[in-house]
Design a protein around this ligand. Structure first.
Ligand code: SF4
Ligand code: SF4
Length: 81
């Protein structure tokens, strides 16, 4: 699909690294996401980002206390630091 191709090129969808995620009782990153793209099925499990809802605003990245939300391919120091 043309639209999907354009979206993939112009937005960078962050990902949640399970090994870093603390699986907080209340995911702060989820709270700031305006499109509710961060989904948590089970409270004891790390949430994940639904790429069909995420528009790549990156508002969730600095909010996560564990630095568990990263942009693949980006400079690690930039995304985690
Ligand atoms: S705020 Fe960060 S560490 Fe906590 S559940 Fe959300 S993604 Fe995981
Ligand atoms: S980048 Fe923006 S839209 Fe995507 S999950 Fe984070 S806060 Fe939500």
């Amino acid at each position: 699909m043309v639209i999907e191709t354009i979206k993939a090129q112009t937005t960078t969808i962050p990902q949640i690294v399970d090994d870093l995620c603390l699986a907080c009782r209340k995911c702060q990153a989820r709270d700031v996401c305006r499109t509710k793209a961060i989904l948590q099925i089970d409270r004891g499990e790390p949430p994940f980002i639904d790429p069909s809802r995420c528009y790549g605003c990156r508002a969730c990245i600095p909010v996560c206390p564990a630095g568990a939300i990263v942009v693949e391919g980006a400079n690690t120091a930039e995304t985690v630091g």
